[in-house]
Ligand binder design. Sequence first.
Ligand code: KG4
Ligand code: ZN
Length: 352
Amino acid sequence: MIVLGIETSCDETSASIVEEGRRILSNVILSQEKYHRPFRGIVPEIASRLHLEKINEVVHQAIEEAKIRKRKAGSGNVNAIAVTVGPGLVGSLLVGKMTASAMGWIWDCPVIGVNHLEAHLFSALLNHPKLVPPFVGLVVSGGHSDLVLVNDFGSYKVLGRTRDDAAGECFDKVAKILGLGYPGGPLIDKIAKNGDERAINFPKPYLHGSWDFSFSGLKTAVLYYVKGLPNRSVRAQKPSQPAALDSQKIYDICASFQSSVVDVLIAKTLRAAEKFKLKKIAVGGGVSANSLLRKRFLDASKKKGLELYFPSKELCTDNAAMVAAIGTYKLKRKLSDENHSVNPSLPIENWR
Ligand code: KG4
Ligand code: ZN
């Protein structure tokens, strides 16, 4: 089965052709980053306008790169279309959904709505042919930090989610506090390599007794540290005046902050694997590109004899290949649902 995936939930316009849910024939990703950077965050209105301007071009390029003939009513090579219908920005989602519906009608092929988080959950599938459920899934993106028991395709139990700032959001906000720019995750990842993670003892919000995540307190601890405000959660430090933000201090703050986020994500995921007796873990979402997370997770899972699966870096952030991949599994169960409307806060749902 050959599926065209379309992804426009946030600030990437992407289209991809995937075969049998595993083999990427093309994956075109057009980032809007430079348009949002001056605003130090995503501006929904700009995002949807840019999707609208670029979507036809991006889909066309994906088809060309996959060398698949455009389907003329009823013939051709694309068997179905999978499109992200939530969660995400409503205007952006609508551009993808309307494009998919129109193309499905012209090509006379089924259209399936896909949950963006579910797509991230399975993105490692495209790099690891052996990966099949059950596994513990961790989705860490700009809007979500979800810990999920993946029993099978379409059968999930969400153990925990973010109570406030998602992991990626926290990276972005801390970068803003430090005046580093947007998006913060890749910037902090890079410059933290020059810092000492033991320099500042930022809190590690484990939330013992719960599978949920909460990173807003950590973000506030960074803010207080930078402003020199009294802060009970930064132990053994008494900054009575704003921290002098020379380069080394910024590196140290980034390294210490990043290490706190990474340690919490890894500890809770490993604990879930142990508790539910699962040997496999799959990670996805923009933050799964983080180099410290990848390294430390790999070391920790090796020690525990667990199999750990990450997507390749270009499949960590938003892309349509992951949408086509999980869409294929839904389509195989004949779940095409052209009337599936977009839902900006769509939760992870079971479909089997
Ligand atoms: O999955 P994604 O592309 O979009 C959403 O679905 O939200 O994730 C984007 C998030 C941003 O917050 C960005 O700062 C973060 O992923 N991110 C990273 C890294 N690369 C992207 N965070 C930490 N380290 C990275 N290397
Ligand atoms: Zn995403």
